[in-house]
Design a protein around this ligand. Sequence first.
Ligand code: SF4
Length: 351
Amino acid sequence: MPRVPAPRNRLKDTPVAGAKRVLLAAPRGYCAGVDRAVIAVEKALERFGAPVYVRKQIVHNIHVVSTLEKKGAIFVDDVEEVPTGSHIVFSAHGVSPAVVKGAADRELEAIDATCPLVTKVHREAVRFAKQDFEILLIGHHGHEEVEGTMGHAPERTTLVGSPADVPNIVVNNPDHVVWLSQTTLSVDETMETVRLLRERFPNLQDPPSDDICYATTNRQVAIRKVAAEAELVIVVGSANSSNTMRLVDVALEYGAKAAYRVDYASEIQQEWLDGVVTVGVTSGASVPEVLVQEVLDDLADAGYGDVSQVVTAEEDLMFSLPKELRKDADGNADERGLGGRVRQLDWQKNR
Ligand code: SF4
């Protein structure tokens, strides 16, 4: 889907009963895993030249994908589509061992941009499978991350798509089961699923640490606080982004009267703003800040120029590049920092 720049002054400044304002959730937007994955594709293009193939969307954001396409990335669904000997990047959502083998069989030069926090879940799956546990993986049917994780222990993993699935789960040994989860779920819904699982399997083992990642959790905590004070919440992000869609759910659950997801500012509808004094704004973990800035600009046109950040956590996590990209063409260590790119917004500079 091509970029749709928002024509300015499209939204009208209509009167409401109060001083219009925006509450901007923080943290929002890019997480360390997404930043690393996007930089990995950019660096692969710099190092090896176009085209560089990418299996699946590198991150679930149409703007990021179309921007990388313009630079020479080619996105494919399967390694079978990639010419022998080419470079291929595996996405932040991770892959199963079968995909890694498929790439090796085609003699592809693979660059693994799987987020280290997804790799952690893969390792847990392998370890628990070796200990003969049956793994109950809480996640969404068909999501790439779930497919990758299940592929690490396919014989021992059962997918739990929602709390409604719990009564129908069949295991061989109810006393030797463990739960793991996708990294981008709703914290509250996952805990409810775990509660129901534990009712059925009292000896259910917990993972060593939460699988829902810091970025997902932090963005949900921030939007909870914003939603409690906002009549309308706008979540910037793509429809196939799990963590983005969960932000919409959480906003509604925690008090927003309405919550909408948009890829671009141009999708904001005038009628959403009818009678709204406070608009909450956030963005999913794969969303570049420029798209949030455009939403703020359009909201300013509609009279919502008073922007306050609601900060619930500071994030400074950074991951090193995939090992295939850590050295430059001359073999020198690459010094480029990750996950910490300066993302100051124009509105912050001007206020
Ligand atoms: S949302 Fe979490 S698991 Fe996914 S890429 Fe970002 S940090 Fe990694």
